[in-house]
Ligand binder design. Structure first.
Ligand SMILES: [Zn+2]
Length: 182
């Protein structure tokens, strides 16, 4: 586990623009990273978020095997992923299904991405439990105000393992200056 976690790097990042984006609300600080899962495949998520009729998007979508990711909304804009929390957050989608779970490498790369985003935006490295305060959390943590979803996992133990990985990645540091469009 440790060997894998220490060797993980940010994956190659593609760009596919989503029409489902808008300006962030002025005066609202960007202080939250929200992790989701697509409940579907990587390519279908890219298609769905590219379709203006879906009315949903995310900043970053990570492929199931962790080998690549796609950015669909610049960080400076609002992606439409967690309802009333959109203006203060960045959304990361893990491709896959909550019931099936996610592979070791996808978890490792997702932790590296969340760590980078926290570091880059000066956001405190803490689990924003129930969407309280700044940090990072699950879509599930946001409850009804976040749209009432249960992704990427409702298992607190599974999530706590991920929280520890993110903390480890922040401590390890060594981030590149930029990854993605602002
Ligand atoms: Zn979600």
């Amino acid at each position: 586990m440790a060997a894998t976690a220490t060797s993980v790097v940010l994956p190659p990042l593609n760009w596919v623009e989503s029409p489902n984006a808008s300006a962030r609300k002025p005066g609202v600080a960007l202080d939250l990273i929200v992790v989701h899962d697509t409940e579907g495949g990587y390519q279908s998520a890219l298609s769905w978020f590219s379709n203006r009729h879906s009315q949903v998007s995310a900043h970053i979508v990570l492929k199931e095997d962790g080998s690549e990711a796609t950015q669909m909304v610049p960080y400076s804009n609002k992606a439409w992923h967690c309802s009333s929390f959109n203006s203060r957050s960045i959304g990361l989608e893990m491709a896959g299904f909550a019931k099936k779970g996610y592979g070791e490498h996808e978890w490792a790369v997702a932790a590296r991405i969340v760590a980078f985003l926290l570091h880059k935006h000066g956001i405190p490295v803490r689990w924003a439990k129930n969407g309280q305060g700044s940090g990072f959390c699950r879509h599930y943590d946001l409850g009804a105000a976040g749209g009432g979803h249960h992704d990427p996992t409702s298992d607190d133990a599974v999530w706590q393992t991920f929280v520890n990985r993110v903390k480890h990645e922040v401590q390890r540091g060594g981030f590149r200056p930029e990854w993605g469009r602002h």
